[in-house]
Each structure stands twice: as C-alpha cells, then as structure tokens.
Design a protein around this ligand. Structure first.
Ligand code: FAD
Ligand code: 2HG
Ligand code: ZN
Length: 483
C-alpha cells in the first residue's frame, strides 16, 4: 500500500498548534524538526515488533476536551491519526502505517466513579486493565475481562478491540458488559453516551459500533461497565490428556460437574508447554508428557464447596480416563504458576524471531484439525525442522476452548514469503469452509483487513463502509486498516 496523498504532512505550524492545545511540552512528543527521535520509537512499533510506522508526532491528551480539539484540527487539516492505548494489539492496528499522528490515551487514566450497589464502574479509556481490576478488587468486584496483557493494555483499547480473553466463558463479551461510552468523533463532536443503564431500548445502540471499532470511527475517551461480584473462592486445575477428543469430553464433563462455578476452560497443546519450558524455564506442573493440556478455573462463593466439586470432578475424569493426570492448585502462588503455563505462551512464541498468528473461531470438534493440517503442509514441504536451515520452528495451537476460539501460531526463524504463501489464504479458506471467523478476538487491523471477505458477505462489508463514511467522511481515523 501507498501513503494516501490526500493526507497533509506534518509541519512545525501543526506541532505548535498542538502544543497550544495540550499546554505542556510533555504531552507532545515531536520528531518533526529532527528525524524521528528515540522517544518516538516505542509508539511507532507494535508489541510483536512486526509493524513499524513513521509517526513524527505523538500527542497525549489528558481530557476529553483536548481530544476533541485535536481531532477537529486534524479533520480540518486532513491530518491522519492513530488512536493508541497500551499498544499490545496483535494485528498491527495500534501503530501508524506511514506518518499518521499517534493519539495516545495513557494520560487519561482516572477512575471516575464506582457504584458499590450496582457494580458499575465509569473510568477514563486510558486506565490500565490491571489497575482497574485492582481498584475493583478492593471493592469486592472484578473487571469482567482478563488477559495476558493486563499489565499494559488499557480498558479503552480493550473496548476498541472488543477483547475476549480468559473469562469470556463466564462473564460474556464486552458487547454485553459495556453499558456506555464517551467518544470523540473526527469532527470533534463529543458523544456523551456514558449510560449506566442495564436496559435502554430507545433506538439504535450506537456504542456497539465503537466496541470492536478499532479506532476507525472515533476515539473512546471513557467507558461505563458493569462489574460482577469478585468470587472469594478461586480454584485452578491443570491436566494432561491423550487426545483432543478427550479434551472435548473433559469440557463437557466440566460443564456438567462444575456448571455455575466454571469460569475458564483453556486448552494448550503439548508443543506450547515444551516451548514455555524451554524458552522461559517454566517448570511444568505434571511429570509426564501429554499431547494436550487443559486449564480449568472455578470461581464461586464457598471455598469448601467449590474445592470439593473440583476435587470430585478431577477424580471422576481420572477414573474414567478422560484425563491422564492432573493437579489442583493449593494456594495463590500455585494458581499463578498454573496460569503462567497458559498466559506465558504468547510471549515465548516470539523467541525465534517472528510468529504468524491466527486467531480463529472454529466449531469446537474441528479446532485442532486445522493445527494438524497446517503442520502437515509444512512438514511435507520440508520447511519445518529443528535446525537453522528450516524457516518454520513449529506449528502450535492453544486457546479459549470454552469459546471455540483457537490460537494457531507458527513461530518462525525469519519471515518468509514462501512460508506465508503456504498458510494464507489456506487458513482463511479452511475457516470459511467451517463457517468460522478469521478473527475471533484480536480484530482486523492491518493483518486481517485484506481477508475480511472470508468472514463477512459483500452486503455486510458495504454496510460497514457506509458506517465508516458517515462517521469519518475524510477517512482520517486509523487509515489503511480494518476496511
Ligand atoms: P492498542 O494495542 O493500543 O490498540 C488496539 C486497537 O484499538 C488499535 O486499532 C487502536 O487504534 C485502537 N484503540 C486503542 N485505544 C483506543 C481508544 N481509546 N479509542 C479508540 N480506539 C482505540 N486479546 C484478546 O482479545 N484476548 C486475549 O486473551 C488477549 N491476550 C493477549 C495477551 C498478550 C500477551 C498480548 C500482547 C495481547 C493480547 N491480546 C488479547 C490482544 C488485545 O487486543 C490487546 O491486548 C488489548 O485488547 C488491546 O488493548 P491496548 O490498550 O493495548 O490497545
Ligand atoms: C491469548 O489468548 C491471546 O493468549 C494471544 O489472545 C494469542 O498470541 C496469540 O496468538
Ligand atoms: Zn486469546
């Protein structure tokens, strides 16, 4: 793709104008007069170090009014922008493609209110997810979303990507939990829809366009979200299984034995567990080697009752040989150790240099067949192997099994067109044949934009374009992505 010449290039005059809006110099990082400075680098490259933009300007507004003034000026002057939260997105959506201005929300980090009776939290978009959750923990509540990047991702970024995460199985998606949104449109209009109502059937529910909108129609500056009671009793079990069929049986059994206390059901293949052992030195919880592992979390209100249920479940699945071996965390430290076997995978996969990532919704019975098919393709082509001469290190699968969401990852020693051509569009065709989705939770960004047609019809894409055009007629919001 080429830089769209309709966008203006940043001048010193623009920079001076933004310095006027934001007041302090620290809210503007500017490499206009020099070449892009070191300070700008982290805002230009994504978490995977796969995408690198060339922004010369990063703006860090502290208030919704500042965001409004910035966007209005950008829109009037045809300056393209990229909204940026914690920059942990995995589809290249949070960094510029060319010289778009980065509007980073990290200074908008205040909790606005919390209602202890209803559990409704209202907060700035730039609050870090873990900070929000720690705040809620003190009030006996929990943020209804949890994910491995919680220490750096922002709740506004989570909403903008409609992140799914580790507890969707229990609490549902952000489309259900987010009650209201405050956002700024490209022309500077502030949309104040920070509703605290659970029920409100008074016309089109426009907040849903911002949830998962990936910064293409406006900037989310605040959210209101319903937060459930934090369960005093949390238990985690980790077990090894002989096959993916057994993992499916274990899931069915978990639903029937643990029912209302089941809060997560995650699957990791044996390869991912070997990788975290090798790369991060993680001590694996079980002695033997198994092709599949599952992690179950329960959250309930009565520790004794829940432990007994989980213990009985574990005995049942071991007696019936659904599960080969298992372990139950005995304390908080062990809970974290077990979770690390799941949450640590993404980081370790980057170890060899690059990763091709596919985040897919697939009918549960077919989830792992794709991983095997892709691995077979590389093996047959002689591209996968242990030593440096092979570009592909391995083909692994893990993910939110309870939500039929597979994370297919292909760690590589170097990015290679030959490798890419073997997976794309193969993977997308495979998923479309199963009526799945080519992006279950990470979004479209740069990487999935060309392939949206595998999951959305022409009519749907046309309607999406109409929505984009009506919110952002100049196309300044996060260009070259999404659509
Ligand atoms: P960014 O990466 O900064 O931005 C993401 C997108 O949202 C970009 O398009 C950006 O333009 C837009 N955006 C950001 N803030 C705003 C805003 N205020 N207004 C409008 N647009 C905005 N995702 C899952 O769904 N489930 C997981 O389990 C999960 N686990 C992860 C684990 C790791 C280790 C990592 C690195 C990522 C993981 N992700 C997961 C990816 C996930 O999308 C992000 O972690 C998170 O939701 C993005 O938040 P962020 O603040 O970092 O947003
Ligand atoms: C997770 O569930 C994230 O850990 C990241 O969604 C998945 O890296 C991935 O493919
Ligand atoms: Zn995930």
């Amino acid at each position: 793709i080429q830089r769209d010449s309709k966008f203006a290039k940043i001048t010193q005059e623009h920079v001076d104008h933004f310095k006027g809006i934001l007041g302090s110099e620290s809210a503007v990082i500017d490499g206009v007069s020099q070449d892009a400075t070191d300070d700008i680098e982290p805002f230009n490259s994504d978490w995977m170090r796969k995408f690198r933009g060339h922004a010369k300007l990063v703006l860090k507004p502290s208030t919704t009014e500042e965001v409004s003034k910035i966007l209005k000026y950008c829109n009037d002057n045809m300056l393209a922008v990229v909204p940026q939260g914690g920059n942990t997105g995995l589809v290249g959506g949070s960094v510029p493609v060319f010289d778009e201005i980065v509007i980073n929300l990290s200074k908008m980090n205040q909790i606005r209110s919390f209602d202890e009776v209803s559990g409704i939290l209202v907060a700035d978009a730039g609050v870090i997810l873990e900070v929000a959750d720690n705040f809620l923990a003190e009030k006996g509540s929990i943020f209804p979303l949890d994910l491995g990047a919680k220490g750096s991702c922002q709740i506004g970024g989570n909403v903008a990507t409609n992140a799914g995460g580790l507890r969707l199985l229990r609490y549902g998606s952000l489309h259900g939990n987010v009650l209201g949104i405050e956002a700024v449109l490209p022309d500077g209009t502030i949309v104040d829809d920070l509703s605290k109502l659970r029920k409100n059937n008074t016309g089109y529910d426009l907040k849903h366009l911002f949830i998962g909108g990936e910064g293409t129609i406006g900037i989310i500056t605040g959210i209101s979200i319903i937060c459930p009671q934090r369960s005093p009793a949390v238990n985690v079990a980790y077990f090894g299984l002989e096959s993916f069929e057994q993992a499916q049986k274990a899931f069915t059994e978990a639903k029937s034995h643990l029912s209302e206390i089941l809060s997560a059901f995650e699957m990791m293949d044996g390869r991912t567990q070997k990788i975290i052992q090798k790369v991060a030195g993680t001590k694996l919880p079980l002695e033997g080697d198994y092709p599949f592992y599952c992690l179950i979390e329960t959250s309930g209100s009565n520790a004794d009752h829940d432990s007994e249920k989980l213990q009985n479940f574990l005995e049942h699945v071991m007696e019936t040989e659904i599960v080969q071996d298992g372990v139950l965390a005995q304390d908080q430290t062990q809970i974290q150790e077990l979770w690390a076997c799941r949450e640590g995978i993404t980081e370790c996969l980057g170890h060899w240099g690059g990763v091709y990532k596919y985040d897919l919704s697939i009918p549960i019975s077919r989830m792992y067949d794709l991983v095997n098919d892709v691995r077979d393709r590389f093996t047959e082509a002689g591209l996968l192997g242990d030593d440096e001469s092979f570009p592909v290190v391995d083909v692994v699968g893990y993910g939110h099994m309870g939500d039929s969401n597979l994370h297919l990852n292909v760690p590589v020693r170097r990015f290679d067109k030959k490798v890419e051509k073997m997976i794309e569009p193969y993977v997308y065709e495979w998923v479309a044949n199963e009526k799945g989705s080519i992006s279950a939770e990470h979004g479209l960004g740069v990487t999935k934009r060309p392939y949206v047609g595998y999951s959305k019809s022409e009519t749907m894409i046309r309607l999406m374009k109409q929505i984009k055009d009506s919110f952002d007629p100049n196309g300044i919001m996060n260009p070259y992505k999404y659509l």
